[in-house]
Design a protein around this ligand. Structure first.
Ligand SMILES: [Zn+2]
Length: 301
């Protein structure tokens, strides 16, 4: 299926800047439908999905996986997004029904919904241990928090703009964003020119509301800095869960717990957090898994 969602990769100022921009209308709407998110939860999840998709696209390996995790003390509880380098992204919020009044600027109060807490960035590059970076949330607005993370934890000065526009029917009208990163060899005048440009752009959502494409948004920000689009990646909400994977997870839970489920005498429903799909296991299937769990233990022992 063709998607209207995509990521643009670009460089500018003699490759001393690298930039990514995304249109994520469809994938955010898909997430909203799967999780039945309230407007503020749609905005929060859409922003994190957009950032995750772009950061996924920054990775080089086919099987690299990126996870963004926000844990806050606000009513939304937390958010998790996972993306790969091939344009697949998925995510969920802990409390999708969270409802808050608009903030003093008349916008959906994502910062209020998230509260204070931490942002974790986990990159699984197929090495023994995944690489994990953690930093404090500075506003809970997600874009600011990611910029702070890049600056502090990865020593890469970055500008991050993320926006989701929710319509009257609670649907996603526009979603997207950009990440612009300053490479270590960037000349001072390039950095100040970029800062100047960023100050002039008041809101990413305002640009998106005008229906601007990702490359147009980058042109507005980097147009006079010799910007070159280097790649485009189609992106979509995609969960790779399956009954087989859930069965493996149940085997890991262990024979004892499976035995308790079998004794209940009822089918067991296992829900995937990421896409809200329910996978059902009959008592007969649970019995077969218990046999596997027992032999699994024998193999490990
Ligand atoms: Zn799933």
């Amino acid at each position: 299926m063709m998607t209207e969602d995509y990521i643009v990769h670009a460089t500018a100022a003699n490759a001393s800047l690298r930039a990514f921009a995304i249109r994520s209308n469809q994938l955010t709407e898909t997430a909203r439908n799967k999780h039945r998110t309230s407007p503020v939860a749609t905005a929060a999840l859409g922003r994190l999905l957009s950032a995750g998709a772009m950061m996924g696209a920054m990775m080089k390996g086919e099987n690299d996986v990126l996870t963004l995790q926000i844990k806050g003390d606000g009513p939304i509880g937390g958010l998790t997004v996972t993306a790969d380098s091939r344009g697949h992204v998925k995510g969920y919020v802990q409390n999708p029904a969270v409802d808050l009044p608009l903030n003093p600027w008349g916008k959906l109060d994502v910062g209020g919904a998230v509260g204070s807490g931490t942002l974790s960035v986990i990159r699984d590059l197929g090495l023994k241990e995944p690489y994990t970076g953690v930093c404090e949330l500075i506003s809970g607005e997600i874009g600011d928090d990611l910029a702070y993370y890049f600056n502090v934890s990865e020593q890469t000065p970055s500008a991050v703009g993320l926006g989701v526009l929710v319509g009257k029917a609670l649907n996603v009208e526009q979603a997207g964003g950009f990440i612009i990163q300053v490479m270590p060899d960037a000349p001072e005048d390039v950095v100040s020119a970029l800062e100047h440009r960023l100050k002039a752009v008041t809101s990413i959502t305002a640009l998106m509301a005008e229906g601007r494409a990702p490359e147009d948004i980058l042109s507005i920000l980097l147009g006079d800095m010799d910007m070159t689009v280097t790649q485009k990646t189609d992106v979509r909400f995609h969960c790779d869960c399956s009954k087989t994977k859930m069965a493996k997870a149940l085997i890991v839970v262990g024979a004892k717990e499976l035995g308790a489920m079998i004794d209940e005498g009822k089918p067991v429903e296992v829900k995937c957090h990421f896409c809200n799909t329910t996978h059902t296991f009959s008592v007969e299937e649970l019995k077969a898994l218990k046999v596997k769990a027992l032999s699994h233990i024998n193999i490990i022992d």
